[in-house]
Design a binder for this molecule. Structure first.
Ligand SMILES: NC(=O)c1ccc[n+]([C@@H]2O[C@H](COP(=O)([O-])OP(=O)(O)OC[C@H]3O[C@@H](n4cnc5c(N)ncnc54)[C@H](OP(=O)(O)O)[C@@H]3O)[C@@H](O)[C@H]2O)c1
Length: 233
């Protein structure tokens, strides 16, 4: 599971463990935060382990997936029965570039999920479920986003993966357009997964609706401008 450290994902992780006390939950978290997260979630006797990855880096995602893939063979992780791609990010511009040269919103919200699913695809046993957290913002209308987020501007994924795609790209409007577009891309991904995945492996796009105030306020981002937590959408 990604994005289990706080907000919607933290509540979901606790719910998964409460509802399925025998599950082994493996959380992917940034830097050294995974150990504490696993300890907190594991309090009360739950089995929780962690692997580090900054999801903005495809090398990190590949490395994390590689570490997970071998664990069932070693016997210290059961066969994979699910993947929860909940981590999500919104920047106050559409110019933030990750270490691979991809636009950072697209890298975290789309590419990281895709890479995990592709690298885990042959490791799932049935029944299994892939869940990716999406958003109402992909709808692009007032009813769904209350005018707070511009609708998606669809282009081919190869174009969307790069910076500088949207108008007003150096503003928060550009950042929000990148966000809503990335969530539409995540929905397209889930539909694509549903086609080649073997019977018994479901792919679900989960839309939590508007959940204000789940986490930190806007903070300075790694390269351009700021990143924006859930309270921005
Ligand atoms: N809140 C809403 O109104 C709303 C509405 C629709 C959809 N959503 C979606 O729901 C999901 C969760 O939202 P939230 O409001 O709970 O967000 P949040 O409180 O801001 O939490 C975001 C989570 O994603 C992780 N994350 C972000 N960038 C990461 C990176 N580069 N590497 C590793 N982990 C990273 C964060 O880890 P750290 O603790 O390390 O930062 C955190 O666990 C997101 O996909 C969001 O787009 C939210």
């Amino acid at each position: 599971m990604t994005g289990a450290s706080r907000g919607i994902g933290r509540v979901a992780a606790e719910h998964i463990l409460r509802r399925s006390p025998d599950v082994h939950l493996l959380v992917v978290a940034r830097g050294s935060s995974g150990a504490q997260l696993a300890a907190e979630l594991g309090a009360g006797g739950h089995t929780v382990s962690h692997v580090p990855a900054d999801l903005g880096s495809l090398a990190d995602v590949s490395s994390a997936a590689g570490k997970v893939r071998v664990r069932p063979d070693r016997g210290d992780l059961p066969p994979l029965r699910g993947f929860v791609g909940n981590a999500g990010m919104q920047y106050t511009n559409a110019l933030t570039e990750g270490p691979d040269g991809f636009e950072a919103t697209f890298a975290v919200n789309v590419l990281a999920n895709h890479l995990f699913v592709r690298l885990f695809q042959d490791r799932f046993i049935t029944p299994a479920r892939i869940g990716v957290t999406v958003s109402d913002t992909h709808s692009g209308d007032f009813t769904h986003n209350m005018g707070m987020v511009p609708g998606p501007v669809w282009k081919s994924p190869g174009v969307l993966a790069r910076t500088g795609v949207f108008t007003k790209r150096d503003t928060a409007v550009g950042g929000r357009t990148a966000y809503s577009t990335s969530k539409l891309a995540a929905i397209h991904l889930v539909h694509e997964y549903a086609r080649p995945l073997p019977t018994g492996i479901d792919a679900v796009a989960y839309n939590p609706g508007f959940v204000p105030g789940t986490a930190s306020p806007v903070t300075q981002g790694p390269s351009h401008g700021s990143r924006c937590a859930a309270s921005c959408r």
